[in-house]
Design a protein around this ligand. Sequence first.
Ligand code: ADP
Ligand code: ADP
Ligand code: ZN
Length: 215
Amino acid sequence: MINLLIMGKPGAGKGTQSKKLLKHYKLAHISTGNIYREEISKGTAIGKEAKKYLDDGNLVPDKMTNDIVWDVLNENNYPHGFMLDGYPRTRAQAEALDEMLKKLDIKLSAVINVDVKDDVLLHRMAGRRVCPNCGHTYHTDYHPPKIDGICDHCGHELIQRPDDLEESVMNRLAIYNEKTKPLLDYYDEKKLLVVIDGEQSTNKVFQDILKELGE
Ligand code: ADP
Ligand code: ADP
Ligand code: ZN
């Protein structure tokens, strides 16, 4: 059993690497961003509330996010472990997660930080295209779909996330620096932090992560 957190600035490649790690270790993927985008597309009460924050790139309040993660962790049993992607993002969330894991008697195996410079991120977010139907992620330059604008997996038209437009992107980076970056020290002190050079090809980043995890 392996329980991982994947951290990194918006656009660092968390989702991309999560997908590869899940397959490799048969992990469950718990992405708070994906959960919110799903709730928004279904038009639920949670989705309506969350949309106010997501569109501008602001964080959804901690209480709402912690409650969602608690429900997911408490209601499921992951025999091979899980990958938390995009959570925790604040000190209060990290402390809440510690409490949840203690209650459930679960230990984190490692916290992976995918490290990428801001100018590279801006280019990654500007070219990111996602499939609103199956969730697959592409990049116009680095991972283009076979047919321009169409999902390879399901044939649906690709979209650009509203929060990948320039104004939101700058806000998300500022919020990351203020609220999320301090968590790297938090996990480093717990001797869980692994730093990976995220400015390499997708496959090289993945190989480096596997190496750090002891393969
Ligand atoms: P990225 O992959 O670009 O880092 P995510 O998909 O993880 O972005 O998150 C998208 C948005 O969802 C965030 O900008 C925020 O509004 C909301 N969100 C996701 N996770 C959290 C969280 N842990 N706490 C608060 N808001 C969150
Ligand atoms: P995050 O979940 O951290 O926000 P994503 O995994 O969605 O990041 O990646 C952001 C964008 O960058 C996507 O368009 C993705 O295809 C692309 N991308 C991810 N990893 C790499 C990489 N190593 N090299 C080039 N582009 C990448
Ligand atoms: Zn698709």
